[in-house]
Design a protein around this ligand. Sequence first.
Ligand code: DX5
Ligand code: ZN
Length: 229
Amino acid sequence: MSRASREPLIAPSILASDFVNLASELATIESCDLVHVDVMDGHFVPNLTIGPPVVKAIKQVSPRPLDVHLMIESPETYLADYVDAGADVLGVHAEACPHLHGTLGTIRKLGRERGRVVRSCAVLNPSTPAEAVEFCLEEADQILVMTVNPGFGGQSFIEAMLPKIETIRGWIERRGLAIDLEVDGGVTRDNIGRAASAGANVFVAGTSVFGQADRKLAIEALRQAAREA
Ligand code: DX5
Ligand code: ZN
């Protein structure tokens, strides 16, 4: 597949939304492709957000599939809880998983056992090289390259991640794999084209969607800027 023929998918991160009005905030992003849900435990990252009961509540009103990003220690302990809460894509950090290959396989298996498709995602911190996921690409449905240090929204996109995205896209193409390549952190209308040109096709955007009054317009502007790359 050529770069131009890859349709960009936009995943607004609800971390930047108004949690008091979460249901109505979710209604404003119904034109998105995925809803990105950031789970933080105050250990793996220095911030604390939400857990399975809130993910379950989001699932009940979400206009789109849930892309759940676990920024927690020992994620394997909680995989079933997040699958049961309604995760459609479940992401675990390579840095938190000593048995990453097995953990990705478990995510898919938990979905199969429930008669659903749950897609596995391996996530890389900025300081983790691409090679950390090279051995387990066959077990992954999505690779997420963090373009900020995880923990907080509203940070600046780290441009030095572009070669890592190119490397992983090269492996995906050469092996003919159907893996989505996602970027998360500081994605804006200005830099999304560079991430798309490097090979990303799924774009998490918190501030650049929820920071805008017209979310539909913000989502479309990001999609268009990625298409033009
Ligand atoms: C950061 C989170 C991101 C964050 C993105 O740890 O994983 O998903 O919400 O927010 P922005 O787009 O504002 O950088
Ligand atoms: Zn995230």
